[in-house]
Design a protein around this ligand. Sequence first.
Ligand code: ZN
Length: 348
Amino acid sequence: MDLIERLDAIERDALASLGGTLDADALERWRLAVLGRRGSLAEAMKGVAVLAPSDRPRAGERANAAKQSLEAAYFSCLSSVKASARAHALEAERIDVTLPARARPTGSLHPVTMIRREVEQAFARLGFTSVEGPEVEWDHYNFTLLNIPPDHPARDTQDSFYVQGGTGEGGEMLLRTQTSPVQIRTMLAHKPPIRIIAPGRTYRNEATDASHEAMFTQVEGLCIDKNVTLADLRGTLTVVARALFGPHSEIRFRCGYFPFVEPGAEIDMTCHLCHGSGCRVCKRTGWIELGGAGMVHPRVLANVGIDPDEYSGWAFGCGLERFAMLRYGIEDIRLFYENDVRFLQQFA
Ligand SMILES: [Zn+2]
């Protein structure tokens, strides 16, 4: 029978042309050509209707079988095409998880903070507690109790930042010019023995240059007990200088005057670069100035209710920026507070 042979041929040829195609466009063209409304199978099936009634069942059966077979082949091929497309997409979007990540920028400690922590650790090993106090202070604590009389040049408005309208029971209000008021507050609150350091920001109204800033960071130390002497101070500062600047460091005192100590001394340390033989940093002297010190003035002890006949004590004050400048070879104090990331990153 012609029609049945034609259906056989359509099925055979269509299956052959489908082959192993994995191309979505080619598969769609095949579907339209074979299974579409005007496709070869539909055209052939029109022939069933015009057959003699006795021949129709066989031909119809064959046509349906061909249709099922071709549709099955089509869907099988379609799922292969989809799987292939998905595999391609996965390959194209592959992420290499072994690639190193982009580094996130992180902050780091400020050089003055790092030095401050080192100083605190060195003193902590000697039994000193680190104490803080207000940066806005009464002149009573900043000056008067420290034996700085009202006519002293340190009170001159040229040297201090006063707070407008800031007057009260403590006198006038100002940005503290030293961390000594923390010593005063500690002595008022605690009975001897006292061993503290007082690190923190201080403020002076002066012109800035490579070695002067209007704001800088001090660390002061205070030791009050029975039979405390200048030798204890020198020993303490030597241990700390060696912790910060190396085992060759030595400390010497030169006479100095500060109203809150008697006797007073300027503290020098052997140059950490030339160990005393003389270089550019120590201006050929072999010594580097660190700050001021002395035995706490008996009048200061009496001011805070400590009996100067029973107790004695020493105190010192140094600039932490100066320590950082010596340690890292920084030549201009203003660099610390310009917040230039290129400068700060060097200490990360
Ligand atoms: Zn030197």
